[in-house]
Design a protein around this ligand. Structure first.
Ligand code: FRU
Length: 497
């Protein structure tokens, strides 16, 4: 397979998304170094170019003019033998240091993970590692840590601040706060905030926090962390509250996405319009062997805007400019959904679709959509709303006949006001599914239908007749290449027909 074919998504691989970022080949995990630089947005990600497994982590590099279409650039960072990043260039961020693009990342070596720095003199294309790496020799003396890595860096009136992710033995996850005059000399202050692994409400926050991300949003500050415990990646938690005296007092804590480990290690940045935009790592849910055979692993979420609900919950919403990916439009007529059976929506079919639907459950009834359904129903993925339980679920029990894939059901709390319909916004992209409901909750996951004909969409009701009020859907274009380049557009539409 030529590099060119991979770059545009491998048409021979039915699991390879076409409008989500995936690696050309090899491994992808966390998004890193997100930054608006002039007119463009640069995005890097944790990458092993040698194979679809986590080792020898590099920073791969992409650039976009519109946050929708992406071009690949050369790898930005690679491990240097016998150096503080000999075993990998782990997660970090990019900042503008008075006009100098600067990366702060976790160099992994036998000594553990330590803060390292690199700068670019050619507009973010090539990077020079700082001779004085690591810029912090190790964890603050006196702290007994479970683990220590990952960075969030910002400027305050009197200099730079940085958070590092950590876990306190006997305590819980922690975001350790540092300050620096020049990004190279760092002084440890104290935890910005730390959790307690013995506390389970409102949401359990594990024993260590990876990838802390901290920023102002509306009239509050938000801390996003990825909850890690005993080498398991669990989910992403967002806390919003007051930032004063160099400490955060959270007032609201909730999962950022209810797909749990399939939306992990997110990173956000402020774009030119002042929006807070986040990307997450959509970890695979198929076996390691299947990933090796396919030759690639991992996808990034679509870009989402972070918003604050009136009650302080942090929400994500897909960017409006993603509409540029829409190709053919289909509208499904409103209809009643009789309970206890499926209503096929024959106008719709596909494995790369955007769907916007409004559904009204009957009294005491359940309503939903099934996607990626096989003609005989042997495969399907259900999105189901149960008003009695006030829950939205993404049911993967029958998503794949391949029993090596993760088929657990994700559940999100969702309360609709009286008479408020269920408003679903779905993005299906081969093995990726992103579900947004009523501008309140998101569930993102991975599905692996094994049959080429698992492409139908149906609606269903349980217990009482429900209503399909409206449904619009689009087939989708690829994100690769320049939208103004007719060659790319033709190539993608040819392939998709
Ligand atoms: C999160 C993470 C980070 C680390 C990186 C290594 O997925 O474990 O904590 O820096 O991945 O690739």
């Amino acid at each position: 397979m030529s590099g060119e074919t991979h770059q545009h998504g491998d048409p021979g691989d039915p699991q390879r998304p076409i409008y989500h970022i995936t690696p050309r080949s090899g491994w992808l995990n966390d998004p890193n170094g997100l930054i608006q630089w002039g007119e463009q947005v640069h995005l890097f990600y944790q990458h092993n170019p040698h194979g679809a497994f986590h080792a020898s982590i590099h920073w791969d590099h992409l650039v976009s003019d519109d946050l929708v279409h992406w071009r690949r650039l050369p790898i930005a960072l690679a491990p240097t033998p016998d150096s503080p990043d000999a075993d990998g260039c782990w997660s970090g961020v990019a900042v503008d240091d008075g006009g100098v693009p600067t990366i702060i990342y976790s160099g992994a070596s036998a000594a553990g993970q330590r803060a390292c720095l690199a700068t670019s003199a050619d507009g973010l294309l090539s990077w020079t590692k700082f001779a004085g790496n690591p810029v912090i020799p190790g964890p603050p003396p006196g702290l007994d840590l479970v683990a220590y890595r990952d960075h969030c860096v910002w400027r305050e009136a009197d200099g730079w601040r940085m958070l590092m992710g950590a876990g306190l033995h006997g305590g819980g996850g922690a975001a350790l706060l540092y300050r620096s005059p020049d990004l190279r000399r760092w002084e440890y202050l104290h935890p910005l905030y730390s959790g307690d692994r013995h506390q389970t409400t409102p949401v359990w926050t594990g024993s260590m926090w990876e990838c802390p991300d901290f920023f102002p949003l509306g009239d509050r500050h938000v801390l996003i962390v990825s909850v890690w415990d005993h080498h398991m990646l669990h989910y992403t938690v967002a806390m919003s509250g007051r930032y004063a005296g160099q400490r955060l007092t959270p007032q609201r804590l909730a999962k950022l996405d209810y797909g749990d480990r399939h939306f992990y290690a997110p990173q956000s940045f402020r774009d030119r319009q002042g929006r807070r935009i986040v990307f997450g790592w959509l970890q695979e849910g198929c076996s390691g062997a299947a990933q090796l055979t396919r030759g690639w692993s991992g996808a990034l979420s679509l870009p989402r805007e972070l918003r604050l609900h009136a009650d302080g919950t942090v929400l994500t919403a897909p960017l409006p400019e993603l509409a540029a990916l829409r190709r053919e439009h289909r509208r499904v007529a409103a209809r009643t959904l009789p309970p206890g059976r499926l209503t096929p929506l024959d106008e719709l079919r596909g494995d790369a679709l955007e769907i916007i639907a409004e559904l009204r459950p009957g009294p005491q009834g359940v309503v939903g959509l099934a996607v990626r359904r096989a003609p005989d129903g042997s495969e399907e993925t259900r999105i189901r709303y149960d008003p009695r339980q006030q829950q939205l679920s993404l049911d993967r029990t029958h998503s794949s006949l391949d029993h090596e894939t993760d088929r657990t059901t994700h559940v999100a709390p969702l309360t609709l006001r009286d008479g408020e319909p269920l408003r679903l916004h779905l993005f299906l992209d081969r093995s990726v599914i992103e579900v947004f409901a009523n501008e309140q909750v998101a569930i993102t996951s991975r599905i692996y239908p094994s049959r080429a004909d698992s492409t139908a969409v149906t609606a269903f009701a349980e217990h009482a007749p429900a209503a399909l009020l409206a449904l619009d859907a689009w087939t989708m274009r690829s994100i690769w290449g320049d939208p103004r380049d007719p060659h790319v557009t033709n190539q993608e539409s040819d392939r998709e027909e």
